[in-house]
Ligand binder design. Structure first.
Ligand SMILES: C[S@@+](CC[C@H](N)C(=O)[O-])C[C@H]1O[C@@H](n2cnc3c(N)ncnc32)[C@H](O)[C@@H]1O
Length: 214
């Protein structure tokens, strides 16, 4: 399998344990540093590399491609979506499976969760980390702004970081059309990553699509 924005590899570790071979790509070196550490801790083996899902070329095909944990929403323009889908198609064998796991923004917009304390963490050496999320949506443009404030306190020192990402808001029907246009045929829709979890537009946390490369 190929996970095209694997992040810390957290969702791939169970697959390794089940005997799948997984290659992971991600645009972030920091994420991959954590991913390599996690794989080593599990005494597993996995090939993880820095790459952009819009441009990568591995000169081989896979049985399945995964794009999980909202990573597909990071493709904010139609051009980037099409570039990535062309890459996915080139790296998937005919009949191979594409799994996209997006945030279900339809439910989010009905029940806004735009302000929340995301993480409060204390590590063994006493470092404290607090992450606060505050978001906003530009509905006419189908864009969600994900913003995070991160505050790290170590001893008496403190650092504050700010991060903003533009995410594309997808509805199921638009995603189905975009996939068919680039010759992926959706066969299943789930409301989260549990196999067969029923998709309910106004309630499900996730919009998961399983599509076949035609
Ligand atoms: C919310 S994280 C999800 C990570 C992982 N898939 C998971 O579910 O745990 C989104 C990831 O997408 C990566 N990403 C965003 N744009 C990317 C791109 N164009 N190519 C590759 N990775 C990208 C980020 O670096 C980040 O690791």
């Amino acid at each position: 399998m190929l996970d095209v924005a694997c992040g810390t590899f957290a969702l791939d570790l169970p697959l390794l344990k089940h005997g799948y071979r997984v290659v992971g790509l991600d645009a972030s070196r920091d994420m991959l540093r954590v991913a390599r550490r996690s794989v080593a801790r599990e005494r597993g083996a996995a090939d993880v590399r820095v790459a952009d899902m819009r441009t990568f070329d591995l000169h081989r095909t896979f049985d399945a491609i995964l794009c999980l944990g909202t990573a597909f929403n990071y493709l904010a323009t139609t051009r980037d979506v099409r570039r990535a889908l062309a890459r996915f198609r080139r790296h998937l064998r005919p009949g191979g499976v594409l799994v996209l796991d997006l945030t279900n923004f339809e439910a989010w917009i009905r029940h806004p969760q735009n302000v929340r304390a995301e993480v409060e963490y204390r590590s063994r050496d006493g470092t404290r980390i607090a992450v606060f999320a505050f978001n906003d949506q530009d509905l006419p443009k189908s864009i969600h702004f994900a913003r995070f404030f991160t505050v790290v306190q170590k001893d008496r020192g403190m650092s504050v970081g700010f991060d903003e990402a533009r995410l594309r808001i997808w509805e199921k029907s638009d995603l189905a059309r975009a996939l068919e246009r680039d010759r992926f045929h959706p066969v299943e829709w789930w409301g989260d990553l549990r196999l067969g979890a029923r998709y309910e537009p106004s309630r499900s946390p996730r919009l998961v699509c399983v599509a076949i490369r035609t």
